[in-house]
Design a protein around this ligand. Structure first.
Ligand SMILES: Cc1ncc(COP(=O)(O)O)c(C=O)c1O
Length: 381
């Protein structure tokens, strides 16, 4: 039997790639000055490296008329975009307007929106269709005279479904509504094309794309105004004060470069593994339900409900053999709000599994995962 478990949880996080680690190396103890200390040469040098990294990101993502704001990760980027934009809107207009989101968003979107509700804003959470996708008609029906902001993610972290962001952005634009989207799970896995210019505020995270943990991005249209969440020295256009971690900035810029360059090849490789995994599981097991659309889906995600067994026992037995997720890594052990929104029962949500494939996963790992999962399911039925 296997001594080390098979890792199929790469949507929770990815290891830093060697090239990324190498790129960060000089910035821990050789070039360590504060990029904001522009009164000395060492600080000026650090500041130049920071700005070169920012430009590199702009070039690799083909950004036009967008500000690149470094944050600590996607959670902070979502908070800054949603709280910052809504509070600025209230400051300008004196109105608590209306915001639209999707029930299946990450908690890093839903919780800031809950905070805004407490402050007086109105929030509509649209239920997706059974395949996890938003209905554009439903979306249009929920737009009100006072809707000023929409937040809908590009790809879901649990079920991997890819929302029709292009069309949502068109509708938002035609109504003068500012559109935010959480892209934390997308860069390097799907082609982003013009989506980066279609969306007004975009969240990204480094540790999902083989970059270091503790750094993320918020991209905003140049004319967008936000109330900062962190005030102090006025770094990052006054929107996010605090000394930036230069090694992480450099590493993130490198990770973006690699992710964009290899996107097509990586997606093909991940898709092959994911499709083999799905086919093998369906061939050997009855009573499996696929969660979310298979057509509009990230190449490295699979989410299944295993019927007719005890979910807690299933995950307990798997623990030492396969590292995977029973829902969202951030769900605190509660049944996944995403699966419940798709119409799964509590029991079904508990016996569901997210398997996410990484760049070092090979077909042998997939074969073994099919074997382990099949035996575990049989032993519990
Ligand atoms: C869609 C999505 N948004 C936000 C986050 C939070 O990201 P971070 O860990 O960078 O704060 C995650 C992480 O799981 C995610 O998948």
């Amino acid at each position: 039997m296997l001594s080390t478990p098979i890792l199929l949880d790469y949507q929770s996080s990815t290891p830093c790639s060697k090239d990324v680690v190498d790129s960060m190396q000089p910035f821990w103890s050789e070039i360590f000055s504060n990029p904001a200390s522009k009164s000395n040469l060492a600080g000026i040098n650090a500041s130049a490296i920071l700005e070169v990294s920012r430009e590199k990101i702009e070039q690799n993502l083909f950004l036009k008329n967008k500000k690149v704001i470094f944050t600590s990760g996607a959670t902070e980027s979502n908070n800054l975009a949603l709280l910052g934009f809504a509070r600025n809107y209230y400051k300008k207009t004196g109105n608590y307007g209306h915001i639209i989101t999707l029930k299946t968003e990450h908690k890093a979107v839903l919780e800031p929106l809950n905070q805004l509700k407490k402050e007086g804003f109105m929030v509509t959470e649209i239920n997706p269709e059974n395949d996890g996708l938003i209905s554009e008609d439903q979306f249009k029906k929920n737009i009100r005279e006072d809707t000023f902001m929409v937040s809908i993610m590009l790809a879901n972290n649990e079920i991997g479904v890819i929302q029709p962001i292009k069309n949502i952005s068109k509708i938002c634009k035609s109504r003068g509504i500012t559109f935010h989207s959480d892209f934390a799970q997308c860069l390097g896995y799907i082609k982003l094309d013009n989506l980066l210019s279609d969306v007004n505020m975009i969240t990204m995270s480094s540790h999902k794309i083989y970059g270091p943990k503790g750094i993320g991005l918020l991209l905003i249209d140049e004319e967008i105004n936000l109330e900062p969440l962190i005030v102090g020295g006025g770094q990052e256009y006054g929107l996010r004060s605090g000394t930036l971690p230069l090694p992480l900035v450099v590493g993130f810029a490198k990770a973006i470069e690699i992710a964009v360059f290899n996107q097509k090849n990586n997606a093909e490789k991940l898709l092959l593994c994911r499709n083999n995994l799905l086919d093998g599981l369906l061939e050997n097991n009855s009573g499996l339900l696929i969660n979310g659309s298979m057509e509009k889906r990230l190449p490295h995600n699979l989410n299944l409900t295993v019927l007719d067994l005890n979910g807690a026992k299933f995950h307990k037995l798997l623990k030492s053999k396969i590292i995977c997720s029973s829902g969202s890594a951030c769900s605190n052990g509660e049944p996944s709000h995403v699966l419940l929104a798709l119409g799964r029962s509590f029991k079904e949500a508990e016996s569901s599994i997210r398997l996410s494939i990484g760049l070092s996963t090979n077909l042998k790992d997939i074969e073994q995962a099919i074997y382990i999962l099949t035996n575990t399911i049989r032993s519990l039925r």
